[in-house]
Design a protein around this ligand. Sequence first.
Ligand code: SF4
Length: 177
Amino acid sequence: MNKIKLATVWLDGCSGCHMSFLDMDERLLELSTQFDLVYSPLVDFKVYPEKVDVALVEGAVSSVEDEHKVRHIRARTTLLVAMGDCAVTGNVPAMRNPFGPLPILDRAYHQNACAQQQTPCSIVPALLEKVRPVHELVEVDLFLPGCPPSADTFFSVLTDLLAGTVPNVSSLTRFGV
Ligand code: SF4
């Protein structure tokens, strides 16, 4: 049996969606016979493959690096899932939008720093003016709301996707599929 190539992606989120994914516990072992996890913060692969069947994307798009990453992933993925409220609506990361990035950086790296106050100009990716949900940058095939989506939801959705059907999440989502 050909295994589905599955990726999980971490943009601007707290990793809680990935923790909930892991909360499937032994059910994850059951599902894992049907997929290869080809890219994820949970595994060591650092290069996104050319062709991925399903990508679960956690987090909003907050930085130049996030934007580049999500466009790169979209181009190489058949079915892209916005996983969790940060990916679906912007949620917590988007709370900085009324202020803009400069006051946020000032707060984090100057006002709240005890020593060596300076705004990083390398390594830390530049912030976008506005935090945006994933669908404002690239086409999203499936919205999976929740903060985080429950382990039961992950199990139900992944079971359907691995069976080759699009899950009915209309009872879960405010946006439909
Ligand atoms: Fe964390 Fe909630 Fe955002 Fe998921 S949706 S990354 S749990 S804040």
